[in-house]
Ligand binder design. Structure first.
Ligand code: BT5
Length: 252
């Protein structure tokens, strides 16, 4: 039992021991009409995924692998804002529960000590002018030891337990994430993205620094200048031209 402090988010929870991906299950539930706030949580994902069909390593019992259904009345181009909103909510919750201070790396990573401990994946069911549902997938490495990570991500990944130096309980963290998400989401629906953007900037790394952005259209080197009110990354290249980046992998 999670002992929720929320009005709406997480009031229907589907728990699974093992799934391919909580994203796929949540998408099916959303398609079948599941209400806003429906949450899918799994102990283990056999085919957890990241962006662009990359794999998300989701071993049994050591992490939080969950997907939340939202139904905001927004046009689809505003959906990336919800990735940033979720990153703020998860960062606040991690800070509250563990005392660790995370960094957000645009658009969807949360880092501790420069290593990735959270990945967020936002997927949509939408018409060109209207969102039907947004599935927010959140993967958190909670209690893995460094040896438990596959070799290819061992130098770039970390867990809350590694950083804190001891185990972290998952249920209170899920509870805190939903609580923070609900608050920020209400703010977002009432006042738009601006208040969320200000909070986001408080956690952001790489703003003002040189970065390399790998997009589907090519590679851009430049200085990250911030994000727009829509949540796009503002990048100033070596010719001082400004690029607005919708989606990319960022390195610094
Ligand atoms: C992400 O993609 O970071 C989004 C991850 C979302 C996972 C959640 S878990 C619940 C829900 N159900 C799903 O199936 N997915 C969501 P991206 O930015 O593309 O990063 C993927 C890359 O992160 C991989 O290519 C690896 O390099 C690295 N990676 C994979 N597993 C990791 C892990 N457990 N911890 C840290 N890094 C990892």
């Amino acid at each position: 039992q999670l002992g929720l402090k929320t009005e709406k988010l997480g009031h229907t929870i589907h728990f699974f021991d093992e799934v391919d991906s909580t994203q796929r299950i949540a998408a099916r539930l959303a398609y079948e009409g599941a209400p806003e706030g429906t949450l899918v949580v799994a102990e283990e994902q056999k085919a957890g995924r990241g962006r662009l069909d990359r794999k998300w390593f989701s071993p049994k019992g050591t992490g939080i692998w969950m997907s939340l259904i939202l139904r905001p009345a927004i046009p689809p181009q505003r959906a990336p804002q919800l990735t940033l909103l979720a990153a703020v909510a998860v960062s606040q919750a991690i800070q509250e529960v563990t005392g660790l201070v995370p960094d957000i790396k645009w658009p969807n990573d949360i880092l501790l000590d420069g290593r990735k401990c959270v990945g967020i994946l936002t997927e949509l069911q939408a018409d060109p002018d209207r969102v039907h549902s947004v599935i927010i997938g959140i993967g958190i490495n909670v209690n893995q030891t460094i040896e438990q990570f596959p070799e290819d991500i061992r130098t770039i990944a970390t867990s809350l337990a590694i950083e804190k130096g001891g185990p972290v309980k998952r249920a209170p963290l899920i509870q805190e994430i939903l609580f923070r998400l609900e608050r920020l989401y209400e703010q977002y629906l009432a006042h738009g993205f601006r208040p969320i953007k200000l909070l986001w900037e408080g956690y952001a790394v790489s703003i003002g620094k040189p970065v390399t952005a790998r997009t589907l259209n090519g590679v851009i080197h430049g200085i990250a200048r911030g994000i727009t009110d829509d949540g796009l990354l503002i990048l100033e290249d070596e010719q001082k031209d400004i690029h607005y980046i919708h989606s990319a992998d960022i390195q610094f």
